[in-house]
Design a protein around this ligand. Sequence first.
Ligand SMILES: [Fe+2]
Length: 395
Amino acid sequence: MHKDTIVVTPLSGTPFGCTVQLPEYCKNDPAYLNDEDFKELKKAVLLHLVVVIPDQAELLPKSQYILTKQFDPSIPEPKEEAGANYGHGKEFRHDKSVLKKDGCSVKNQPQVQILGQGRFEADDQGNENGEAINLTHPSHTTFHHTPLTEEEIKEKKQTRFYRWHIDSALYDLSPPMVTTLLGIKVPPATQYQTIKYEDDGSELKLTQGATCFVSGAQAFKNLSEEDKEFVLNTTVEYAPHPYIFISPARATADGLTMVSEDKEMSFDDLPDWEELKVKKLPMVWTNPETKEHHLQVHGCCLFKLHTKKPDGSVETLDLKDARAKVHKLMRPAIAPENVLAHSWKQGDLVLFYNRGVWHSVTGEFKGLGTDGQDERRLMHQCNIASSLDPVTIRS
Ligand SMILES: [Fe+2]
């Protein structure tokens, strides 16, 4: 007899990723998986890095929160009813933060964010904010140094990787283990857009608003032996309140890092910060399941690189050189053949190993709906700050 357990099926024709079919007993709610099945799901997330569970449009924010939290036993049981810390704490709503526009919270489950594009009334499915909301899909046009022209966007249907990143506050809080992203209202994936890589002319064609992922393990594997030694011995120091620090600066056309023009905010103008809360994270995070090394850097938020040399001395690269170095290390990993571009279907719940992939928003929605109006989309996103920083485990 067929055993009622989760079924994991690798995606075909993609560099990584899998789909998961839920067992019948959990009644289509992954928060109700038994311990054995949850263990399998966790294994799938760590092994395949991106897991898609279809048909979850009805998933309650509470279930999404419980499921997301379950991946990280280090998260302390919250004292308050409201639950543990969202991955960005509260700071991402700071007026100057580059994350400010990115969404609003579910009223009764503040760790779940509502993201998307367009206006949603208080009673629209998935709008659990308690009032009508206007969502803005992040467009590279407000973040990149030299954005695409109107003609390139509208006529040639081009887009960009908005910002390759790891979900994390990168100040005070530790990076979340897993992020869950639920497509509640998603336009039909019938429109295509193209990303042109400006340095080598290669192209990636994807459906409008696809979320892109690359594997940090693949990124590490593809490095030269010399670069592997470099990254294994390097610590990345992030700026205090990094999303506020970079707010006056603009990103490179591939979304990997910032253009260095000395536009960053001076530390004196940042909100209060403490040296002890500044994040210094290894450049390589070892996957506890596969033991593989993942190259994990937030190229836009980094501040300095500190590299331990064989003689025990430490060499430091300052902002401009650190960005250039990291860009060189990261760029090969985002080549079209390495990218998993998830094309959204309504009800997709995507779980990704935030400590093992980099991801990026893509797509232009303004005036680019099938009817020429703005496209509409509503998603729920959840991740929870860990209590432990990621580590490199050298065997
Ligand atoms: Fe993200």
